[in-house]
Design a protein around this ligand. Structure first.
Ligand code: HEC
Ligand code: HEC
Length: 79
């Protein structure tokens, strides 16, 4: 049986709902990132490798990052 036009539109509608949810989750994830605290560790000019060197594993004082090392940090954890 050929897919009727109505049914096609239904699946496109469902697909766009999924797309909206995907974008929503992505934006929510960006907002969930805490800003870096403005202490001396974070105010001096740093590149991503220095961030990772402290935060890949972490210790009692340093929280470990709960996600993979992204190629940049400031998009999400910016000042
Ligand atoms: C010299 C080690 C060091 C470097 C380099 C460093 N951090 Fe941190 N970071 C810390 C420590 C220590 C803390 C905990 C400080 C606190 O809680 O006051 C921390 C806390 C954080 C937090 C947690 C904030 C919160 O409210 O939970 C984030 C996010 C963060 N750092 C991101 C970064 C980013 C991004 C960079 C690179 C631009 C970076 N850090 C570089 C040591 C470092
Ligand atoms: C795509 C956005 C994004 C990028 C890029 C990103 N982070 Fe995060 N980061 C998050 C989110 C969201 C959380 C909070 C996760 C949670 O609470 O479960 C987080 C949590 C953290 C924490 C833990 C903070 C705490 O108080 O426990 C650290 C440390 C951290 N990130 C470091 C980094 C470093 C270093 C980089 C760069 C290599 C980086 N992040 C890049 C989104 C991001």
């Amino acid at each position: 049986m050929p897919v009727t036009s109505n049914r096609k539109h239904f699946w496109y509608f469902l697909l766009s709902l999924g797309g909206v949810m995907g974008i929503g989750f992505f934006i929510a994830f960006l907002y969930a990132a805490p800003a870096m605290p403005l202490n001396e560790e974070h105010t001096t000019s740093l590149n991503t490798d220095t961030c990772v060197s402290c935060h890949l594993v972490g210790d009692e004082a340093t929280p470990a990052m709960p996600h993979r090392p992204f190629p940049g940090c400031r998009i999400c954890h910016g000042e």
